[in-house]
Ligand binder design. Structure first.
Ligand SMILES: [Zn+2]
Length: 388
């Protein structure tokens, strides 16, 4: 991180290990006359796409070009700046009405800032019809409007939008840079920060969560232990059930508090007192909310299971590294004992077979297979075939 061209106080401080991607954004801030009106910020999950998007928005509004301290910077970063509109969604697709409203906003002049900035965090979640609506606005941009579109990769947005945007690609940050961020910003103890940055494979949000939450670390260790503990069919079935239970508990913990808040806020909006009786005419709205919340919990559970499989993939990757004698750092250094045990009592072919089984399970979970069935099949496939 010593080569960072920006001061620790600047808006770019949290955009970890992305100096190459930041350079064109900062150059645009410094040369407003040559502004590109649509930007496409891409990068793998956890690389900080939306953090980079917000930093760029703040830098555009800041009289100093992104000091990180002034009112423009702090409000833009917090998402409360009057001229920065952020569309973040948890839905599978962005609604056409949401984009219609953004387009209308895009055509108004900034009220206090230098630019009217519209940030779409998941631009890949638009249907073709919605994308076309957005395209029209990007094709004829008002002079002081800047669109910032974020997506996992350029291929995830329509080619016509891509061709009218300037593309900035974030890379997977160096785990050492992620560890340094955890130390500097979250006050995490350096050894733990390093362990978590590697374990999360540089996914910044995941690394932070592991570092702050010992339960999350314990759950991850439990998942990794699966690989070494499954010996027979009985173990495998039990392990699969455990994993589903862990995911359900995690989903419940992550969504429970928010569900109640949303429900109370809806009831207030509807004019019903907390805990009071609801007129029949309003019940359908509450029911709709409950259904949305249920879908969110289901998706969260699937995300947790997917993460568990990614963790297991990282473990077998480490096993393979030891089996072929590669001298690269292990993702799961703190589990080296188990990994080297597994590497010693299985063959490279076994490890490859396990990696394939895990990849197949990911595909099945992404489809509509019952998580329990998919995980049982996975756990059975992970049983060691070769005796020591
Ligand atoms: Zn500033």
């Amino acid at each position: 991180m010593s080569a960072t061209p920006v001061s620790a106080a600047s808006v770019w401080a949290d955009v970890v290990g992305q100096d190459r991607a930041i350079a064109p954004l900062q150059a645009a801030v410094e040369r407003p006359a040559a502004m590109t009106h649509a930007w496409l910020v891409t990068g793998p999950p956890g690389s900080g796409r939306s953090v980079a998007g917000r930093a760029f928005a703040a830098a555009l509004q800041c009289p100093e070009g992104g000091c990180g301290q002034c009112h423009a910077c702090t409000t833009a970063l917090a998402g409360t700046h009057a001229d920065v509109t952020v569309l973040a969604t948890e839905k599978v697709t962005i609604g056409i009405d949401e984009v219609r409203s953004l387009v209308a906003t895009a055509h108004t002049s900034p009220t206090e800032g230098r630019w009217r900035v519209i940030l779409v965090e998941d631009a890949d979640r638009m249907t073709e019809r919605t994308s076309n609506l957005l395209l029209k606005s990007i094709e004829e941009p008002p002079p002081r409007t800047v669109w910032i579109l974020c997506a996992p990769s350029a291929e995830d947005v329509m080619v016509t939008i891509r061709s009218r945007s300037r593309h900035v690609n974030l890379s997977v940050p160096d785990p050492e840079a992620v560890a340094q961020l955890l130390v500097d910003r979250d006050g995490v103890e350096p050894d733990l920060a390093r362990e978590c940055a590697y374990a999360a494979q540089s996914h910044i949000g995941m690394a932070r969560r592991l570092a702050r939450d010992s339960d999350a670390r314990a759950r991850r260790s439990q998942v990794l232990a699966l690989a070494t503990e499954i010996r027979g069919v009985g173990d495998a079935v039990l392990a699969a059930a455990d994993l589903v239970k862990v995911a359900e508990d995690d989903a419940a913990a992550a969504t429970a508090e928010r569900d109640i808040e949303e429900r109370n806020s809806l009831l207030r909006t509807l004019g019903a007192d907390d805990g009071g009786r609801l007129p029949p005419a309003l019940r359908s709205q509450v029911k709709q909310l409950e259904e949305d919340q249920k879908r969110r919990a289901t998706r969260h559970k699937r995300d947790v299971l997917d993460r568990a499989i990614v963790d297991l993939l990282s473990l077998y990757r480490d096993v393979v590294c030891l089996q072929v004698g590669a001298t690269v750092p292990l993702v799961n250094e703190s589990h080296r004992g188990h990994i080297s045990d597994l590497a010693g009592r299985t063959t490279l072919a076994d490890s490859m077979r396990c990696l394939d089984a895990l990849a197949l399970t990911r595909e099945r979970l992404a489809g509509n297979v019952s998580p329990l069935l998919a995980l049982e099949a996975m756990a059975l496939a992970l049983r060691p075939r070769t005796a020591a």
